[in-house]
Every structure is written in C-alpha cells, then in structure tokens.
Ligand binder design. Structure first.
Ligand SMILES: [Zn+2]
Length: 495
C-alpha cells in the first residue's frame, strides 16, 4: 500500500536536501564571485596598457616563425626559438566568430574585442542592424583621462584600427572613418596613411587637411618623426614610405626609407607616458595580407617585425612592472595555415623559406613587366628561372612543379578581363597573380606548409599576457570577454 505520510516525508526531506545543497552551492558561488570582485576591486589598476593585435595571427602563424628561427639555428633536430610574447606567463584561447558567421572578418572580430559586442562582418563598431554605435575601450580610456595611441602597419582607417575610434555601417567607408579619426581626440596615431584621403571618387577635401584643422600635427618624414615629443600635442605620424593601399611596406622587402612597427611603438610610448596612464593598440596588419596570399616567408617576417615592436613594450614593462599590462593576440586566423603538407608527410624544411627575398606582390611586379614585354605565344617559364632562384628561392624544379608553373604563366599572360573565372581557377590562384601564388605554394609545400583558403578561418586564437592584471586573461573565452577583461584591469565601467 502506498504510504502517503512516508512519501510526503521523503518529499520534504528531498526538498530540504535540495534547498540545502542549492544553498551551499549558492554560498559557494557567492564566495567565488566575492573573491573575484575582491580581487578586481583590490587589484591595482593597470596604468599603462598595451594591446598588440596580429591581424590574421593564430597559434600557427606564431609557431611557423618559431620553427623558422629554430630551423635556422639547428638543422639537425627540431628546435623552436620562442617569440618574446610566447614566453609571457599568462596565455588564453579565444573564439572569434561573428554574429552572422563562424568565420569573422576584421571588422566584426575587432568590434567584439574593442567594444564587447558581436556584430556582423563588415561593420565597424555598430550593432548588426547598424543603428547603435558602440563605445570602444579606447574611447572609455580616453574619457577617463588616460592618453590613447593607435598604431597600424596598414592604413590607419583600416578595419582593425578603426574599431577603436570609429563607428560606421561599412568598413569600406574609409573617408568617413578618417573623419572620425580627426574627431576622436586620441593623442597618437602612427603607421600607415589614409586609404582614400580624398574619398572613394577622389572628389572630397583632402582629409589630411581636415585632421590638421582638428589639431593634429602630421609628420611624413623620418626627420619630422624624430622631432615628435611630449610637447607636440596630438599627432599622426605617417610612415615615410607607403605601399599598396597606403600601408607600410612588408618587412621582407626591407625598405631602409621606411620606419618600422617597433619605431612607431617606441615613439608612442614616449608621447603617451603620463601620470594618468595610457592605452595603446598596435596592429600588425600585414600578417593577414601575406596569409591571404598564402605567402609563408612574408608572413613569418611580419611576425618577427611584430615581435620587435612588442620588445619595445617589454622594455617599458621592465621599467614599470607593477603598472604595465601587455596583451598580445590576433583577431582571427587567416589562410588556414598548417604545419604539414600532404606531399612532405612528416617532414619540414623551413630553412628553404630563407631564400625568398621578396614578397609575393613584389614578384607580381616582375610578372607585370614580363607581361608588358612579351606575348602569350612568346612567354616561356625558362625566362623566369633566374629570378625564381635569386628572389624566390626556387630552383631544381620537379616535373610536377614545372607543369604547375607553366599553367600559371599561361593565365598570368592574359589581361585581367580575359582570365577564366571558373571554380578550378579560383581554387588554384584565389584571384592572385597566378604565377606568383603558384611560386609561393610550391616553395611553402617544399617547406612542409599547407594552406586551406585564401580567406579567414574560424579556428580559435591565442592570447598572451604579462604584467598588472594579466592573470584574468587565462582560460578559454570569447573575443567579447577580451573587452570585459581590459575594462576590468583599467578600472573602467563596462557596458
Ligand atoms: Zn583581421
């Protein structure tokens, strides 16, 4: 027979047990959050905050540079030469997906990091409906009295730098982004130029002039750059040499007229250091471009130049260890870079990459010159043997490689409008100069490097941190949490 009383008693006991255990759990949760809050409220504010973003840099881009440096040092056995930021004591891993895709672009992933919200690809620091403007951590830092610096090796109105000071429905609104730069009130901009200084149709007032009226000193030479100091006031230091899309040149091409990302970082520290502290974001934007073009040697040299910029922050950290935070991360992975290629199985030969002396787009110029002086009928791959060996480190071609190069040259000899647009052509060349990308593909594959795409991928991206407040950056979290963590260590009220 069913015992109502006993059953009731059992229910009461179970409910009590549940209440008690929930109570304990609740207390535990409270204790944990109190602990966290306590840690956050008693922890010192990070006064000098560096955020380094390697565009398109995930673990493999950093690891490829470490294998390359290690292989040059020791060809007998696997040895890594760790990058300075790889040795940071705190490391985390973060997801990068956008509001509309597992594979983000720089605008959506940048917005997530800078302002803590997911948005759709292409949008700069606004909601997916393109109605609400978000406030970035750089804007909050500036409002709190800190000085703010933004540095990029690509044009300063490009998506990654833009998410820190602009709010636009499209990343392609370069002119409007540049106008927002002038109104930001930030203290230091450095690196690339404006991408479209007179607008899309080149019919607007020169935005450099407008930014000057906004109170910025603009420098374009090494001499004027050296003269910049704390007394200069708001400043925009444009690199003396501007390459394609008004970006800084690739490190691999070693243009001595150019300043380096390290130079811009060092100058930023000099200008921004003040009793109220600073926030400086430094982007290496062309790791991404090299990886879009599947050019490993160029990407590796960019990562090394990025490391040299980070070294400037480390020197500063060593002088102010209790006040400084350095965070290094990427915004997404680009290219689907893999250490390992089907044709080389378990082998790698990274030292081969050392013999590549110029980037893919410098080789494009060689191809363009050749196209201008030859017809498709007279073109032959043998004419390239010298430059392939001297500049791209490619010789002793195997039959398969030679055939790939011959096929690519045929397409490279066609005018852009005459080139095939079928899927096969895209898979082979991805819209790049067919001969150039075939050269880097062959060289990379010989080295034991594979690529899956000419676009971005959705793999998680590591984050490396050292200094004041760095411990909260450990764990596996999302880009949007990165924003919360920065706001917490800068003692700024987040959304
Ligand atoms: Zn990016």
């Amino acid at each position: 027979m069913f015992n109502v009383k006993r059953h009731f008693k059992t229910i009461i006991t179970s409910v009590l047990a549940l209440v008690v255990s929930f109570g304990i759990l609740g207390l535990q949760t409270q204790a944990v959050s109190a602990q966290t809050t306590q840690r956050n409220t008693t922890a010192k504010k990070a006064k000098y905050v560096f955020m380094f973003i390697g565009d398109g840099m995930s673990a493999t881009q950093a690891n490829a540079a470490e294998i390359y440096l290690g292989s040059l040092k020791n060809s007998a056995a696997p040895e890594l030469v760790k990058l300075n930021f790889s040795k940071f004591p705190v490391q985390g891993l973060k997801t990068t997906y956008a509001a509309d895709s597992f594979i983000p672009d720089s605008a959506s992933s940048g917005t997530a990091m800078a302002s803590g919200y997911k948005t759709v690809d292409g949008v700069i620091n606004m909601d997916p409906a393109k109605k609400v403007k978000y406030t970035s951590m750089a804007e909050s830092a500036k409002k709190s009295g800190m000085k703010v610096g933004i540095v990029s090796s690509v044009s300063i109105d490009h998506a990654t730098p833009a998410v820190f000071y602009a709010h636009q429905t499209s990343r392609n609104n370069y002119y409007d982004i540049a106008l927002e730069l002038g109104k930001s009130g930030f203290d230091y901009f450095g690196g690339g130029g404006f991408n479209q200084p007179t607008g899309k149709n080149k019919d607007q007032e020169d935005v450099y002039e407008i930014v000057k009226r906004d109170g910025y000193t603009i420098t374009r030479t090494k001499e004027d750059f050296e003269k910049i100091n704390k007394q200069t006031g708001k400043v925009y230091a444009v690199n003396p040499v501007l390459d394609k899309s008004n970006a800084m040149p690739y490190a691999i091409n070693q243009d001595s007229a150019s300043l380096s990302l390290a130079d811009f970082t060092r100058k930023g520290i000099e200008v921004l250091e003040n009793p109220q502290g600073f926030f400086m974001m430094v982007e290496s934007g062309k790791i991404d471009w090299a990886c879009h073009a599947n050019d490993a040697a160029t990407s590796i040299k960019e990562v090394i130049a990025f490391e040299e910029a980070i070294a400037e922050a480390i020197k500063f950290y060593q002088k102010h260890p209790n006040d400084t935070l350095i965070v290094v991360t990427g915004d997404h992975e680009t290219g689907g870079l893999g250490i390992g290629f089907a044709g080389t199985k378990y082998n790698t030969s990274f030292p081969l990459l050392k013999n590549q002396k110029i980037s893919y787009d410098e080789f494009d110029k060689v191809v363009a010159q050749y196209r201008a002086s030859h017809t498709p009928e007279t073109a032959k791959i043998e004419d390239f043997y010298g430059v392939l060996s001297d500049k791209m480190g490619l010789n002793n071609l195997k039959e398969l490689e030679l055939n790939q190069l011959k096929e690519a040259l045929k397409v490279s000899m066609l005018a852009a409008s005459e080139r095939p647009t079928d899927d096969k052509t895209y898979l082979l060349y991805g819209g790049y100069e067919p001969l150039s990308i075939t050269v880097t593909h062959i060289l990379n594959q010989r080295a034991g490097i594979g690529w899956t795409t000419y676009a971005h991928t959705g793999v998680p991206v590591p984050l490396y941190a050292i200094g004041q407040g760095s411990e909260i950056f450990s764990g596996y979290y999302d880009d949007t949490d990165t924003y919360q963590k920065f706001m917490s260590v800068m003692k700024l009220a987040s959304k």
